[in-house]
Design a protein around this ligand. Structure first.
Ligand code: SF4
Ligand code: SF4
Length: 342
């Protein structure tokens, strides 16, 4: 059943009141409250002979092997049983990678380093806080399915139903999926933490960057070499920009498996001097322009306004848009013209 009661054959009634899991998830995303308890660290765990080695291969196999067929990776009515996400991408960042402290300047001083986040978990469990070089971040990209992308690409004004469901159920699923790995590691005596399900996580408006959270999954994905940013601020990977990103911190040393580009816009046609701006043309409120790139404030207003539309039409409690991330050359992969150039 998962984190919420699955709607197999009908919509819920009075969804502004009855979609409790949706309301909880939305508040959790904005305010960092209402998440399940952190799993405790099993300090007495002694590794057995048959225990797997928790290396890069283990994480890749576990994530790629379990995610596509996970019982909670499913939509609900009227798409009940269809998957939310396709096979993921996985990357690693060393905890002492200088980019993680640079993010305090690039994103803002509010953005946590893995060490700061892990200190909270260590203190909570009464163990010494690990140093940065003993930590790693595991970054995951969960691509949205073709059907969902097609539905959103067909929309011009408001989010499609599949995309809205993916926003809500995908968030609940991704947090659960990561929590299962974190719980497994903590039971094995390895400190681990998913920053976005701690009380430190809340979205705020900051003077320089506007709306931002203190832990950016997408910046972790960039650091892990999984892609780069587009004009629309979505993160363009080899599977495109229509996806959900997740990340968590572990007290293990995992080596990066991908080469990071120095150019944070390497996969965007416009930034690479090739005519495009399809994302700008798709935005119903002109929140993307050649002069100012992505206007986060204008975008946020539109996205917030979508809650009413989604609730009325799709009977779930969530906001969303993603119109500019679909029907574009970067939707499902690195734009072909850039692949040819490379
Ligand atoms: S649609 Fe074009 S300009 Fe916009 S982010 Fe994608 S590649 Fe860049
Ligand atoms: S997500 Fe924001 S920028 Fe993109 S289409 Fe919607 S309102 Fe415009």
């Amino acid at each position: 059943m998962g984190e919420r009661r699955r709607m197999k054959t009908r919509y819920r009634r009075f969804s502004y009141l009855s979609d409790l899991a949706g309301i909880k998830s939305s508040i959790g995303e904005m305010k960092g409250i209402g998440h399940p308890k952190q799993p405790p660290l099993n300090k007495d765990y002694r590794p057995g002979e048959d225990d797997p080695v928790l290396d890069e291969e283990w994480f890749i196999n576990r994530i790629k092997g379990q995610l596509p067929n996970h019982p909670d990776n499913i939509m609900e009515y009227p798409f009940y049983g269809q998957p939310i996400f396709d096979a993921p991408l996985v990357g690693f960042i060393r905890g002492d990678d200088p980019i993680l402290t640079d993010y305090k300047k690039i994103i803002g001083p509010h953005h946590y380093t893995p060490q700061e986040i892990m200190k909270w978990q260590a203190d909570k469990n009464g163990v010494p806080a690990p140093s940065a070089e003993d930590l790693s971040v595991v970054s995951i990209i969960m691509p949205i399915t073709r059907k969902t992308k097609e539905d959103n690409a067909a929309e011009k004004d408001w989010v499609s139903e599949r995309w809205a469901q993916t926003r809500l159920l995908g968030e609940i699923f991704s947090q659960k999926f990561v929590r299962e790995i974190v719980t497994y590691l903590m039971e094995r005596g390895v400190l681990a933490i998913a920053p976005d399900v701690t009380p430190m996580f809340n979205k705020k408006r900051y003077p320089v960057v506007g709306w931002a959270s203190p832990w950016s999954h997408r910046h972790m994905a960039y650091a892990a070499g999984l892609g780069s940013f587009g004009m629309h601020d979505f993160f363009i990977t080899e599977k495109g920009c229509a996806h959900r990103a997740a990340s968590f911190v572990v007290n293990l040393t995992l080596e990066p498996n991908r080469q990071r580009s120095d150019d944070i816009h390497a996969n965007c046609l416009h930034y690479q001097g090739i005519k495009c701006l399809k994302c700008a043309a798709r935005c119903p409120v002109d929140a993307i322009t050649e002069a100012d790139a992505h206007d986060k404030e204008r975008c946020m207003k539109r996205v917030e306004a979508s809650t009413k539309y989604v609730n009325k039409n799709f009977h779930i409690f969530i906001y969303g848009c993603g119109i500019c991330a679909t029907g574009t050359p970067c939707e499902s992969g690195i734009p072909e013209k850039l692949q040819k150039k490379a």
